[in-house]
Design a protein around this ligand. Structure first.
Ligand code: SF4
Ligand code: FES
Length: 204
């Protein structure tokens, strides 16, 4: 496979053709934050927290590192005023939905994001799609999916599938950046397919 030379944060990085900026950066030990990326899943581009600044052909632009393919002589900045400002605003929007999520709070500290900047819409889910895509692409079960559109969009377990498939899997739980997923599962289980009446009553 052909190799491509690019520059990330002033460091020359050799990447394989077809790699994304995120993959090239990680191969060189350079950190770019992500919320919707998972190495086993197809790139999705939902959260945009992986935004970086690129210079290509004399033009500077902001792109999603998890989607953008490496190119010869590409110059990438993983931190800049514009990048940090964009990440800060994104985090402030996510925190309006999930103000107590530790993964978001850690990033908020790093980028100076104010969790109270936007009015709270505590949906607790930031629609990263990790749970839905992991269940579909890796487990091939589709036990959790998106329902509704626009501002009403949310994830929902499909009780008929979840009751058979989830109880001994739960591989999606640790992927969720807000821990909403676990709560949604236990609610579905309690309402639609309680496995153990005592367990459902105690909320565990
Ligand atoms: S429940 Fe969690 S993993 Fe699933 S879409 Fe929402 S934030 Fe992402
Ligand atoms: S990690 Fe790139 S858009 Fe979410």
């Amino acid at each position: 496979m052909n190799e491509t030379l690019l520059k990330i944060d002033g460091i020359e990085v050799t990447a394989k053709e077809g790699m994304t900026i995120l993959e090239a950066a990680r191969s060189a030990g350079i950190n770019i934050p992500t919320l919707c990326h998972h190495e086993k899943l197809a790139p999705y581009g939902a959260c945009r927290i992986c935004v970086v600044e690129v210079d290509a052909g004399g033009r500077t632009s902001l792109v999603a590192a998890c989607l953008y393919p490496v190119q010869p002589n590409l110059v990438v900045r993983t931190r800049s005023e514009k990048v940090d400002k964009t990440r800060k605003i994104l985090l402030e929007q996510f925190l309006a939905h999930a103000p107590d999520a530790p993964a978001l709070q850690d990033l908020a500290r790093e980028y100076g994001a104010d969790k109270d900047r936007f009015e709270k819409e505590a949906s607790f889910c930031i629609l990263c799609g990790l749970c839905v895509r992991y269940c579909a692409e890796v487990k091939k079960k589709n036990a959790v999916g998106f329902v509704d559109r626009g501002s009403s969009r949310e994830i929902s377990f499909i009780p008929e599938i979840a009751s058979k498939e989830c109880w001994n899997c739960k591989e999606c739980f640790p992927l969720c950046p807000t821990s909403y997923l676990q709560a949604a599962y236990h609610l579905t289980e309690a309402l639609a397919f309680p496995r153990d009446p005592f367990k459902s009553m105690s909320g565990k």
